[in-house]
Design a protein around this ligand. Sequence first.
Ligand SMILES: [Zn+2]
Length: 304
Amino acid sequence: MASLPRFSVVFKLTILLQLCLWAQGYAIDESCSVPHITAAMAEVREMAELARDQVVKPLDRVDNTKNMLFPWAMSAESKKIQGYYSKVLSQIPWDVTNNQMIALDRVTIYCSDASLIPLDIDNALGESWIDTKSTYVFTDRPHHGNASARFCEEGENAVSLTARNNNVVLLCDAVLAGAPRYTVKQKYDLGELTIGLKIQDFAVVAFTLLHEVFHVALSSTMRSGPAEIYGWDACTLPSLSTQDTMVNPDSLAYYGMALKTVQMGQMVKDFFFTSGVLKSRSDEEIKAMFRAAEVDVLMIDSFR
Ligand SMILES: [Zn+2]
């Protein structure tokens, strides 16, 4: 009998601890592979940390990725960009504490739009969608009264739903179909990161998630909808200014992914980062640069 009160204290403490964790965690819808999304979110966090620490430093680690994405960023602008990464890191919960249900007070990740169907097809309630699993109703995008409309539009990678503090990130088939790579590290481990591969061809879920968490954490600051600039080539157009790109989720996500790849290049000596301006060089030029660098990524700076 003596052990009963102690058990009860432990039990209460456990509940308390769980409640604390719940308040900080993100949720994953049952449509997701939990290990894969957990790994991707861990890498998203790493990317944001690397970018937060690096963006205020004068020297880019490899090539001039920072100058391409945030051209001629002045120190005040770099500080502002750093603040965006910091905000993402402090606002987004980084531990999975709930699987299989929507959690409206936290971030919930869906890995399919299959359970979302148009609700009021006669528009009686305004256009809305119902998640048939949770019965939660979303009103964030139109379906134009089309009863068979899909929530994700053709070719769309992801949707962030931040109205009414939903904080839902929905990954679409386009980004998860086939054999998706969830992290840069996974791509490396599978031998798919090779010399000459362009950053715009990385195609990892962590990149998409990093893009989306900027919408979630900084929804009123970030460009969204038609104002967004998508893709490496568009994000690095010489006509853009840092003012244009510092609030553009793809630009911020590319910088984080670039730095994560550099970090891996330093950890595993046989791999080199090939992003940024390298995309405009031939394979022979790239190989010459790597030879000159003698497997020391940092030397690529001085090579330039
Ligand atoms: Zn976006």
